[in-house]
Design a protein. Structure first.
Length: 183
């Protein structure tokens, strides 16, 4: 019963957060909603095993991935706020939430190596949650979440190219999406 309530309450929150994007299927926020939902289902699927066998290899891998996820989201948020200088007056053709309305391209810190530290956080976090209790169903859900995350990032890159132009194109050539030097 708790998981069902958690699912509906969390989904209601994600719908509220994504309400404008859900009306714009060509925006990155549309696919981000489905990423959030996939991760929510994965968390609820693995919740019962979250702290079992704390020193097993799968739990150690899980906690390492989750730690990287937390560091990236905190670091990425900080840089977007300070260096990206979000401005609510920024006009875009797609719905953006406050922190996404950056007016300066961020290319320092984690952004020097990967274009999407926030989505990288989601990538590492998704697989960290998966390793809490690996299963075929969990693998399929994590793969779906990763697919929605890649779609989100690809669409956001097109949006960034429209806003930042050639400087974003050059930035794309020298950085990876989620994993430094690899992916």
């Amino acid at each position: 019963m708790f998981k069902l309530v958690a699912f509906f309450v969390s989904t209601a929150f994600f719908i509220y957060l994504s309400r404008a994007s859900l009306r714009a299927p060509r925006s990155h926020g549309f696919y981000r909603f489905f990423f959030f939902e996939s991760v929510l289902v994965l968390v609820l699927l693995n919740a019962d095993r979250w702290f079992q066998d704390p020193f097993s290899a799968r739990q150690i891998v899980s906690w390492l991935l989750l730690a990287v996820s937390i560091v990236l989201v905190v670091h990425g948020t900080y840089l977007l706020r300070i260096v990206g200088r979000p401005d609510n007056k920024r006009i875009d053709e797609v719905p953006l939430i406050g922190i996404e309305k950056t007016t300066s391209l961020v290319t320092v810190g984690a952004y020097k190596y990967i274009r999407h530290p926030m989505y990288g956080s989601g990538f590492y976090g998704t697989w960290g949650v998966f390793f809490k209790d690996p299963s075929w169903l969990g693998f399929i859900i994590a793969l779906a979440a990763t697919t929605f995350l890649v779609l989100t990032a690809k669409i956001e890159e097109a949006e960034c190219l429209r806003y930042f132009g050639p400087s974003y194109q050059a930035y794309m050539k020298r950085t990876k999406m989620f994993v430094p030097f690899l992916l």
